[in-house]
Design a protein around this ligand. Structure first.
Ligand SMILES: [Fe+2]
Ligand SMILES: [Fe+2]
Length: 212
């Protein structure tokens, strides 16, 4: 099937994630379209700001600067696209508490550079890969307008995942960090745990919806 998650997602990405999104999350997303869109807008904005903060901190790495600048621009464009869809659907943007997902990953970041940078880049790859997988899982259930938009996002978030992972490996190599694959495996575990744990609040990156 053309729109099956398997057909939409590159194999490298499915392999990178240790577990698929639980069906219960997909059901909760479909039942909470308004929250999904608001938190999605929030995630796009946050993705742009993470990329920009890397540009401020690591000014001596031209490849990182170029990739992050491109990424920030794309994320802001996605942000504008979500806002437009929200507007046409009468969804009002309001502040939402952040899900524990990104914070749960960030907690594990090592403090000294270049290990810190490598960890942030690996986490970036996980956030992008999971977002991409969630868009793909939602597409078969969405109306035509949202499905079309999310198909375009699967492509760009898939590229962002590849870029983050490439940068993580490169700067680990340059920094003499021989254990980057072990670090990736470590974050794979943390990420899968966050995805499979129960969450009180539904968010774009929330875990299992808590049973009512
Ligand atoms: Fe995005
Ligand atoms: Fe992205």
């Amino acid at each position: 099937m053309q729109d099956s998650p398997e057909a939409l997602l590159p194999e490298s990405l499915t392999h990178f994630l240790r577990c698929p999104t639980p069906d219960a999350w997909v059901a909760a997303a479909l039942a909470n379209e308004e929250l999904l869109l608001i938190d999605h807008a929030q995630c796009e904005k946050k993705a742009a700001s993470t990329a920009m903060s890397l540009m401020y901190r690591y000014v001596d790495r031209p490849l990182l600067l170029t990739k992050m600048s491109q990424l920030a621009r794309e994320e802001l464009l996605h942000f504008e696209q979500v806002i437009k869809i929200m507007e046409t659907r009468g969804v009002t943007y309001r502040h939402l508490s952040a899900s524990r997902y990104a914070e749960g990953l960030r907690r594990e970041v090592r403090t000294e550079d270049p290990a810190r940078l490598v960890d942030i880049l690996i986490i970036g790859a996980y956030i992008e890969a999971r977002s991409c997988e969630r868009f793909a899982r939602l597409i078969p259930h969405l109306d035509a307008e949202l499905a079309k938009f999310y198909r375009s996002l699967v492509k760009s978030e898939g590229r962002h995942f590849e870029d983050y992972l490439m940068l993580a490996r490169r700067y680990a190599d340059e920094g003499g960090d021989a254990d980057v694959e072990a670090r990736i495996a470590f974050f794979a575990e943390c990420e899968a745990e966050l995805i499979n744990c129960e969450d009180n609040e539904f968010r774009f990156h929330s875990g299992l919806p808590r049973a009512a």
